[in-house]
Ligand binder design. Structure first.
Ligand SMILES: Cc1ncc(C[n+]2csc(CCOP(=O)(O)OP(=O)(O)O)c2C)c(N)n1
Ligand SMILES: [Mg+2]
Length: 733
């Protein structure tokens, strides 16, 4: 099969003449193979030997047409679950598919972790897909951006030792094309439009394919798409090549893809292939389309079945006889049946390996390699805005985050920084006259001026766009350090963070990874910040496996932890408390360009023997105030632990302190109920019960939102007095 399809591919690239009989036979064979794998899976599902089935039946012609027009292992692929024929035509085997269907350890895409049809292959550049519709379109955009970046800066592809780059093989080609497909129903997702936006704006070589089978499960196209035709809605995006094609005809599909690929490869911009195909079976084996499609409609659709039509063509044109078709059918059946038999015998995944690849197995961000001990000698300076002053001067958290970004971008050409308003000025010419914006909090000030607009740029006002593209960049070996302007607006990116960013490594059984850093200003105590500029909510993110969550409380920690975040091989959510950005009490001298702090290491802010107070973020200075008063006014000696990183967190430090004091308070700014403290308190109660002389106490904000009027904000958020009262109560217990 490999040989056949590559010979088809070779000769089709020669020109636009008709396909040869041999090529048509090969195309039909691939379509048939795809259908028969579906049929075999359906049988296996009915026999309860596999656990889920969704078919590519009716989409085969489009898939084979696309694959023939592209280069496997050279171009990049972000397909969706109906792309079985595409995968087979790229070189995926029926055995690979069957291994996933049975959930075998040797399933090459996921090691038994994902449902069937969730393709993934490093050698073929098929990026592991999720079940979420349309998320992958943004990954495709970021992937294309990374390919372009490496082509323009090949030196950036060089491997280095000692950080995440050691684990990323970078390959790129100046004329590579990125394929990304979805069903017509999925074009309603915002991420579809966000992907078209950036691909169009940046003239990226992304080939979007909409496989329009007229239904999204039971919802017909006119319900999802105003006017019923997506091509009409997207027609005004600049720089695109558009084509609408009969996706049940493999030759027409191939020609459409050939023209689309040529446009992308020539660097003219993205392409949009809208293929009208059909659904030969119900949506999945869990669906029965007789419940919502009249018989006449289903019958009419069956007349468009690409397999039936292609078979008829081969006969009509005298390319194959009935006997030859029967022989081909038999050989395909045999291949599929052998693949199924082998898969049913395949070893199952080991239960003890189930948490492998939640995080990087290669680089441990808690390791001592990230403990650079002391800041380097005073007198060293960081260039860039923050570094212009002598480093012996104490600098704010904002300054030292900015200095770290400057240092790291100098060190590593693979770092790109983008987000809303992070550039100094998108219109470069303006920079001759203006100072530059550099972020609404000025944390990225001067980066564009020093590193240029290719590496530091503004994104559209779309948070899923920011995170989704970052995933695409990172899986190619780049290091995106992106900014979400306010924690309060991270929610449109939550889908990307929860279902994609944190999951890619695990669901692909370690084949793919996307170690992105997301910097996010968070928190309240702003006097007027109100509901939408004061939110906390870190526990929603520490609850996501695969994601590191860090929250420094002072300038030095912010500098050292951000450096570790950037050099880490896992995705990191880096939470920066806005109220702490420019406080004078948490300042520190610039610690030098290699200062790093490992994750999962708490800092003892204040040693004490009577009570352990576990906290982080803006509650560190407030806890310190309360503890000083407790000592001064009541002679209670409180030990304060600043966790600094929330996932992983420093259980050893917690346990050692609680064993010493036997009394413990967990304090945070976020709401009390289901907050971060609940987990810590529960674990202390569970594992340190014998060391406790009193119940574990928690402090958090009221279970409500943060109000605008300062007297309300003060009442809602925990204050030093709240903490002092808890200290006194607990000591008296
Ligand atoms: C974000 C998201 N929402 C809902 C679903 C559930 N779902 C799976 S497939 C599907 C319909 C998709 O229709 P379409 O995009 O037309 O693709 P088709 O299955 O018709 O090829 C839905 C609603 C999902 N997988 N992801
Ligand atoms: Mg559909």
């Amino acid at each position: 099969m490999e040989l056949a399809i590559s010979s088809a591919r070779e000769s089709v690239s020669e020109g636009s003449g008709s396909l040869s009989p041999r090529q048509l036979v090969e195309i039909y064979r691939l379509m048939l193979l795809s259908r028969r794998v579906d049929d075999r899976e359906i049988l296996l599902k009915r026999q309860q030997k596999i656990y889920f089935q969704i078919s590519g039946a009716g989409h085969e012609a489009l898939g084979v047409g696309a694959a023939l027009a592209m280069r496997p292992g050279y171009d990049w692929f972000f397909p969706y679950y109906r792309d079985r024929a595409l995968a087979l035509a790229l070189g995926y085997t029926p055995a690979d598919m069957m291994l996933q269907a049975v959930g075998a350890a040797t399933d090459p895409a996921s090691g038994g972790r994902q449902m069937p049809t969730h393709w993934g292959s490093r050698s073929l550049n098929i990026v592991s897909l999720s079940s979420s519709t349309s998320t992958q379109l943004l990954h495709a955009v970021g992937c294309a951006e990374a390919g372009r970046y490496f082509s323009l800066h090949p030196e950036a592809a060089a491997e280095t030792v000692s950080d995440y780059r050691a684990f990323r093989d970078v390959t790129f080609h100046g004329d590579e094309v990125v394929y990304a497909s979805v069903g017509e129903g999925s074009t309603s997702q915002g991420e579809f439009w966000e992907a078209l936006n950036t691909a169009s704006n940046k003239k990226l070589p992304v080939l979007f394919c909409v496989e329009d089978n007229g239904y999204a499960i039971s919802t017909p196209v006119e319900v999802s798409t105003p006017g019923g035709n997506i091509s009409r809605l997207v027609a005004n995006f600049p720089n695109f090549f558009f084509v609408e094609v009969d996706g049940t005809d493999p030759e027409a599909s191939f020609r459409a893809f050939q023209a689309a690929v040529a446009h992308c490869r020539a660097g003219l911009g993205p392409a949009f292939v809208h293929g009208h195909c059909m659904r030969a079976y119900s949506h999945s084996l869990s669906d029965d389309d007789r419940l919502y499609r009249p018989q006449a409609e289903r019958d009419a659709d069956q007349l468009r079945d690409p397999l039936v039509k292609m078979r008829a063509r081969l006969l009509r044109e005298g390319i194959l006889t009935e006997d030859e078709l029967a022989a081909q059918e038999q050989s395909v059946e045999q291949e599929v049946s052998d693949a199924a038999d082998r898969a049913l015998e395949a070893p199952l995944p080991k239960v003890e390996d189930v948490t492998l690849h939640v995080y990087s197995e290669d680089l441990d961000p808690t390791s001592s390699a990230f403990a650079t001990e002391q800041p380097s000698a005073p007198g060293s300076v960081s260039g860039g805005k923050a570094g212009r002053a002598p480093s012996v001067e104490p600098r704010t958290m904002a300054d030292l985050i900015n200095a770290c970004l400057h240092d790291e971008m100098r060190r590593d050409p693979r770092i790109v920084v983008y987000g809303q308003d992070v550039a100094d000025a998108s219109r470069e010419a303006a920079l001759a006259e203006v100072k530059g914006k550099g972020g609404v909090f000025k944390l990225t000030a001067g980066l564009q001026t020093e590193f240029g607009s290719e590496r530091v740029f503004n994104s559209p006002l779309a948070e899923a766009n920011i995170v989704g593209r970052a995933i695409g960049y990172a899986l190619r070996g780049m290091k995106p350090v992106v900014e979400i302007q306010f924690f309060d607006y991270i929610w449109p990116a939550m889908h990307q963070i929860h279902n994609e960013l944190s999951l890619l490594r695990w669901r692909s059984n370690g084949q793919w990874a996307c170690p992105v850093v997301i910097r996010v200003p968070i928190g309240g105590y702003l006097t007027g910040g109100s509901i939408y500029h004061s939110q906390s909510g870190e526990s929603l993110f520490t609850h996501i496996p695969g994601l590191r969550v860090v929250m420094p409380s002072n300038a030095l920690d912010a500098n050292g932890l951000l450096r570790t975040a950037i050099r880490c091989d896992d995705p990191v959510l880096f939470l920066e408390h806005k109220r702490l950005y420019r406080e004078t009490h948490d300042r520190a001298p610039y610690p030098g360009p290699d200062f790093a702090i490992p994750f999962g290491k708490a800092r003892i802010v204040r040693p004490g023997v009577d009570i352990t107070l576990i906290t982080y973020g803006a509650l560190v200075p407030r806890s310190l105030q309360a503890a000083e008063r407790a000592k001064r006014e009541h002679n209670i000696d409180v030990e304060i632990l600043d966790l600094r990183s929330l996932n992983p967190y420093d259980w050893e430090a917690i346990a050692a302190s609680v064993r010493k004091t036997s009394r413990v308070i967990v304090a945070h700014e976020d709401m009390l109920s289901w907050g971060y403290g609940a987990e810590i308190a529960a674990r202390i109660a569970d594992e340190l019960f014998d060391s406790l002389d009193a119940p574990v106490r928690r402090i958090g904000s009221l279970d409500t939102f943060v109000a605008y009027q300062p007297i309300l904000e003060d009442a809602i958020l925990p204050q030093p007095d709240t903490i002092l009262k808890a200290i006194l109560d607990l000591k008296a217990y």
